[in-house]
Design a protein around this ligand. Sequence first.
Ligand code: GLA
Length: 375
Amino acid sequence: MNVGAAFRRRFEVDPAGVWAAPGRVNIIGEHTDYNFGYALPIATPQVTRCAAARRADPVVRVASRQRSPDLVTVELEALGDNPEPGWSRYPLGVLYEFHRRFDVPGGLDLYIDGAVPMGAGLSSSAALECAVAVAVRDLYGIEVTAAEVVDITSTAENDYVGAPTGTLDQFAAMLCTGGHALLLDFGDGTWQHIPLALEPFGLELLVIDTNTAHELVSGEYARRREQCTAAAAALGAASLRDAGDLTPITDPVLRSRARHVTSENIRVLAVVAALRSGEDPRAIGPLLTASHESLRDDFEVSTPVLDAAVAAALDGGAHGARLVGGGFGGSVLALVNADSAAAVAESVAARFAAAKLRAPNIFTVTAGDGARREC
Ligand code: GLA
């Protein structure tokens, strides 16, 4: 049953439309967003869909195909009082932010159907937030730019959900376009679409979801942010964006954290330069692997399972591989020859089986489109 039909069955009225937003796979540029650096995500072809309709009364009802409780009902005015627990915080947080900023005049019925793997480090939460946000925007004719939607959805995630994340995921969900990576500059808030021509070179991107869920609300992500702020302060800098010589940072842990951020920014720009040059994109493989090593050793957000997936992908013939997203679990991205993708996947699956790890979920990914109205 498609999401429109599911809406009809749930709410016994027709939806006014269906909106969709993707997850993201970050090609490179991890933990750089809140340090005013650079990142280069693509959108996943998998999307979260939101069928929606206005209501005349100030009541919000959200239902989900995947989550329970499968129906949550809240008065618009009560949204700020006592955030509901669980998954509904994400859509309700977005509604709360819209209502706070624009005084949305009526309620909504929303039915959510998500195909972005959850807990896989592919930003299913941003997909959900942005699908809801573009539905609310269009249904109530609220004039907001994509950048404002990013602000609304990321504020919802920070303040309402309580996850201290940056804006990478929401930017990717809103702004990516098919066949392109999105170069984000968090320092000046600008972006550029970079053509991603892998197929002509016989290349593919493989996602290895290790089935070890990550948890961004937990303390480690917040701790990394604090450490980055402290490292910038030790340099007398506003952020790590323009940090050069790191020796004034005397604390070795803070210096390592800063080294990851500064080296990662350089790697993002090197990947963009390689993609723009039209040369063989295999050239970016070592930069991806260097990013993983930096996240593992300097930023310390990898796990033995993610490291095993990267090592097995490289042993299986990948040109480069790295964890994607915040770390502490989730997925690995590998750049592979299209004709050896199956061999790389087998290498990873065999390594996991030998180590008695849960079987990974491995699939190829192409660069999809950002948030949009589907019908
Ligand atoms: C998570 C956060 C993003 C970003 C990445 C790491 O996905 O939501 O804001 O910080 O981790 O690059």
